[in-house]
Design a protein around this ligand. Structure first.
Ligand code: C2E
Ligand code: MG
Ligand code: MG
Length: 605
């Protein structure tokens, strides 16, 4: 007999689980225990199958029956498994007399199971498991009882599917939340989470006597390691560094990674400021012993900048900015050290910010211009080309040379738009001079910075500039310093290959200062080598410089490259470069960099 009232209570109870947060196992346990109140059976069980037909969840009103559920999956046969597989009820009122499950039947009887009724749990025409009713004495279920059993199985199926969906979306949500706040490589908090924690620390510091401090940690020479050992090794190093940093922290400190090799520690409750200094010391210590990456032993150091919250530090951005400024200062002083922000550093940083804004506006305000230094043949002095050199006519500071502002342009990334402007200007100038006799044979050299070369759209944008200005690629030579080639690693070679394919000439600038290996030099698709002026300066007086220039000329010529001697300042130097076999010369002895109009006049003459 079905206990109608209890059946409806059970269904209401189920409905409640829909809106509350019961996990699947709890829903099943509740079902199996309460079925006994509704139907005249001695036990109940549920098996829930996964899409791979494995048992995902099982529940039963007692331990023995739980084993019976599992046993069916193990043996691959049994009434409940059959109900799940076929989607049909399997009603066995006398297990001892039934012959359908030869392996399962006797084991069930042995465990005291005399009758089994399996009801498929179905949803949208497919089965997800079975509800099983057991009796310890043989005997059939009435038609009403069978109908109630199936209702329970159907309702349970609906709720389980719902609960599964809830669990899956909860997991996805948690995963998403985690990912939005953590760095995937090291699993450390990311910028967003760090800002949040700093904001918390700052607001706490307003109520309690605590001093939050922030330490910015940047690895020295990480880029070089990354380039020479590869990005995978670089990633492993970052993970290993993370572990070491964690060793140095106190409980409660937050370690975050803001990207690249930039780590930040937040100490939110220093009793006194000096504690941050000892933390910086511990961090430096942790990093001193070498890191083992495969066969490579890597030694690294870090530059650390520290800032304490003070009045006026209303936002996490400002506190971080101060720590970052201190870190840059540690870098400027050669790295492997730590610096604390102070008023002097802060005001220097402010000045820097002002200069950065000036530079940002220099293009718009038309304060940049190019001068052109002629490059002539070493043998007959004939004009062969010119190098475009950047100048900044600063409204207050007067005429600035690249050395005065290029470092800032590089640091801030402004060199990218400035560099694009330089190339366009130089190409346009070349077009203006085209009708002058001999100008079409001149080669225009333009300097490129590492940051420009690293842009994925660099080659495309150069091609576009040449096209837009109607410039023949063969008339343009891009100069890249030897330092860039050495520091930037193999990716830069790919870019240079692509430029060469466009028909553009390539020169290695300031050659001799960057320790480029011969094997590497062979792979650089350059057609020209420019001997650095420090070696040219010693020609005639310094034996060593003479030897170096001789070696460079021989090497370059054997690789089929043209040699330019830079910085020729005296007749002696000119004579020596000629004797040593340099093809072209450039320097104050021949020409200083000229304004565009003066250069045009020179070509015309
Ligand atoms: P660089 O490419 O090696 O250019 C040659 C530098 O040597 C120029 O300095 C030039 O004025 C100077 N120079 C030429 N002849 C002599 C000489 O006989 N004696 C001496 N002492 N110096 C001489 P400048 O114009 O100050 O440029 C310095 C560096 O700035 C350049 O070295 C180049 O690396 C960089 N630069 C210049 N313009 C640009 C540019 O548009 N973009 C980029 N990325 N870098 C540029
Ligand atoms: Mg140059
Ligand atoms: Mg040079």
């Amino acid at each position: 007999m079905v206990h109608e009232q209890r059946l409806s209570e059970l269904l209401v109870d189920f409905a409640r689980t829909l809106v509350t947060d019961f996990p699947i196992q709890a829903i099943l346990d509740r079902l199996t225990s309460r079925i006994l109140e509704v139907l005249p059976v001695t036990g109940a069980g549920v098996m829930l199958m996964g899409s791979d037909s494995d048992l995902h969840f099982a529940s039963a009103s007692d331990k023995v029956l739980l084993q019976i559920e599992g046993l069916q999956v193990e043996l691959g046969e049994g009434p409940c498994l059959e109900a799940y597989r076929t989607g049909q009820r399997v009603l066995i009122s006398d297990m001892g007399a039934d012959k359908r499950f030869p392996r399962f039947g006797p084991r069930a009887v042995e465990s005291g199971v005399a009758a089994v009724f399996g009801f498929p749990m179905r949803i949208d025409g497919r089965q997800i498991g079975a509800v099983d009713l057991y009796r310890d004495k043989p005997g059939a279920l009435s038609a009403d009882e069978v109908a109630a059993g199936q209702i329970l199985a159907d309702v349970a199926a609906a709720y389980i599917v719902n609960a599964r969906g809830r669990v899956a979306s909860q997991e996805a949500e948690e995963e998403q939340r985690y990912r939005a706040l953590h760095d995937p490589l090291t699993a450390l908090p990311n910028r967003t989470l760090l800002y949040d924690r700093i904001a918390h620390a700052l607001s706490r510091a307003r109520r309690e006597p605590a001093v939050p401090a922030v330490l910015c940690i940047d690895l020295d020479r990480f880029k070089v390691i990354n380039n020479s050992l590869g990005h995978r090794a670089g990633d492993r190093l970052l993970v290993a560094v993370t572990e070491r940093l964690q060793q140095a922290l106190r409980p409660g400190d937050t370690l975050a990674r803001l990207g690249g090799d930039e780590f930040v520690v937040l100490c939110d409750d220093l009793a006194e400021a000096g504690q941050a200094l000892s933390l910086a010391g511990r961090i430096s210590n942790e990093l001193t012993s070498p890191f083992q990456l495969d066969d490579e032993e890597v030694v690294i150091t870090a530059s650390i900048g520290m800032a304490y919250a003070r009045e006026g530090h209303e936002t996490p951005e400002i506190l971080l900015q101060d720590a970052d400024t201190a870190m840059y200062r540690a870098k400027e002083q050669g790295g492997a050290r730590y610096e604390v922000i102070d008023e002097q550093v802060r005001s220097q940083a402010q000045q820097r910010l002002g200069r950065e804004n000036d530079l940002r506006r220099a293009i718009e305000r038309d304060e940049l211009r190019l001068v052109y230094q002629p490059i002539v043949s070493a043998t007959d002095g004939k004009l062969q080309g010119m190098e475009a050199l950047l100048r900044w006519q600063h409204p207050r500071r007067g005429l600035l040379l690249p050395a005065d502002f290029l470092p800032l342009a590089e640091e801030t990334g402004l060199i990218v738009p400035i560099g694009a402007w330089v190339l366009t200007q130089a190409c346009e100038a070349l077009q203006r001079w085209r009708h002058h006799t001999g100008a079409e044979a001149l080669r225009l050299s333009v300097n490129m910075s590492a940051l420009q070369l690293a842009r994925p759209d660099f080659v495309v944008s150069v091609a576009a500039t040449l096209h837009d200005t109607g410039t023949d690629a063969a008339q343009v030579c891009l100069e890249v310093t030897e330092h860039v080639l050495v520091d930037e690693g193999p990716e830069v070679l790919r870019t240079l290959d692509e430029l060469k394919e466009l028909g553009i000439g390539l020169a290695i600038d300031d050659f001799g200062t960057g320790y480029c290996s011969l094997t590497y030099l062979k792979r650089v698709p350059a057609d020209t080598v420019k001997v650095d002026r420090t070696f040219v300066a010693g020609l005639g007086s310094d034996q060593q410089d003479t030897a170096i220039v001789t070696a460079v000329v021989n090497l370059a010529h054997s690789l089929g490259m043209t040699v330019v001697a830079e910085g020729v300042e005296t007749p002696t130097q000119l004579a020596r470069t000629r004797e040593l076999g340099c093809d072209l010369v450039q320097g104050y002895h021949l020409f200083r960099p000229l304004e565009g109009a003066d250069f045009a006049a020179l070509v015309n003459s």
